[in-house]
Design a protein around this ligand. Structure first.
Ligand code: FAD
Length: 300
């Protein structure tokens, strides 16, 4: 029996573990090791850690937890439910955990375009997020890849980082609003399907179209969707917004008593620093709830 079980050991879960550990709570973090940015060479935009390798960030984070009552289980949570004590969580290894409170920091999974060779460039010259990697490609030739209108939306955003952007809508048409926006912003739009990618050593050189023509480029950004990485938020009764994000209060509470969510799973701003901040916010809320129960100060 521990005070808090955290499912997910990415930035959100580890940040929560740090705050809870320092509040002298016993914590188990269960992590299956599929942090969202693991394909990226570098992580940007985290104050004091701009440019660090994602794996190095996790190593440093885990090292900081060593001196607290935090145990990291490298395992997958296959089942979780409310129980008399709070929550019961079953791990794939067969271990069963019981905790008073539960934090879901399970993140999301990106739906990658089905383009041959995609993964050899992903995280190096193919990216999702202009804020995370746009600076590294400033003023370069960028392809914005998405289905139909989504490509134009992404391309318009990327114009902040480079004037040399082409929207690639992959054989899907644009509605009149997006066609008008593309025209007004003098944006080149290619609606031919993409057949392949060419480059070397992770550096993209060309997007090859089905007709055999190609677009010379230095980087590709894409937005082809994401889903919850874990089924647990749904199975545990979380509510979801229209975008598939777990709905949380400003204190990261899910609405299921004693259960919190932090990080990308709520599909708010998806940065490492935001995930860590949400983890810290959830940890304070969880500790307060435990304090209220222990001292009879709340409405529990
Ligand atoms: C290619 C790429 C590059 C990025 N670059 C940047 C960047 O430069 N800067 C930036 O700020 N952000 C960047 N991001 C976004 C960033 O990765 C996320 O915002 C951040 O990882 C969210 O942290 P999280 O803890 O919510 O989720 P994650 O980091 O995804 O961690 C979730 C963890 O939960 C685990 N998990 C899920 N389900 C279970 C289960 N059932 N049992 C056990 N464990 C489970 C997963 O295995 C994973 O380890 C990038 C994303 C991508 C895809």
């Amino acid at each position: 029996m521990v005070d808090v079980i955290i499912i997910g050991g990415g930035p959100a879960g580890l940040s929560a573990a740090l705050v809870l550990g320092r509040a002298r709570r016993s914590v188990v973090v269960v992590d299956s090791g599929q942090t969202r940015n693991r394909a990226a060479l570098h992580m940007h935009g985290y104050l004091t850690r701009d440019g660090i390798a994602p794996a190095q960030f996790l190593t440093l984070s885990r090292e900081e937890l060593d001196k607290y009552n935090v145990h990291i289980a490298h395992d997958k949570a296959s089942f979780a439910a409310r129980s008399r004590e709070g929550f019961v969580v079953h791990l794939e290894s067969g271990q069963v955990l019981i905790g008073r409170k539960l934090l879901l920091a399970t993140g999301v999974r990106d739906l990658l375009p089905e383009i041959p060779n995609f993964e050899s460039f992903y995280g190096r010259s193919i990216h999702h997020c202009p804020y995370c990697d746009g600076w590294e490609h400033r003023d370069q030739r960028i392809v914005a890849f998405g289905r139909g209108n989504a490509a134009v939306g992404l391309a318009l955003s990327l114009l902040t980082w480079s004037p040399h952007v082409i929207a690639c809508s992959h054989d899907e048409g644009l509605d009149s609003k997006h066609a008008m926006l593309a025209e007004r912003n003098k944006l080149l739009v290619c609606s031919e399907p993409v057949a392949g990618l060419e480059g070397e050593g992770g550096q993209l050189h060309r997007v090859v179209l089905k007709s055999g023509r190609s677009i010379a480029c230095d980087a590709l950004f894409f937005n082809t969707g994401q889903v919850q990485r874990s089924e647990l938020p749904r199975k545990l009764g979380c509510a979801f917004d229209a975008d598939g994000g777990v709905i949380a209060t400003d204190r990261q509470c899910t609405g299921v008593a004693g259960m919190y969510v932090a990080g990308d799973a709520d599909k708010e701003v998806q940065f490492v620093i935001v995930a860590a901040a949400q983890g810290a916010t959830a940890a304070v809320a969880i500790n307060r709830e435990l304090q209220d129960e222990e001292r009879g100060t709340g409405n529990h």
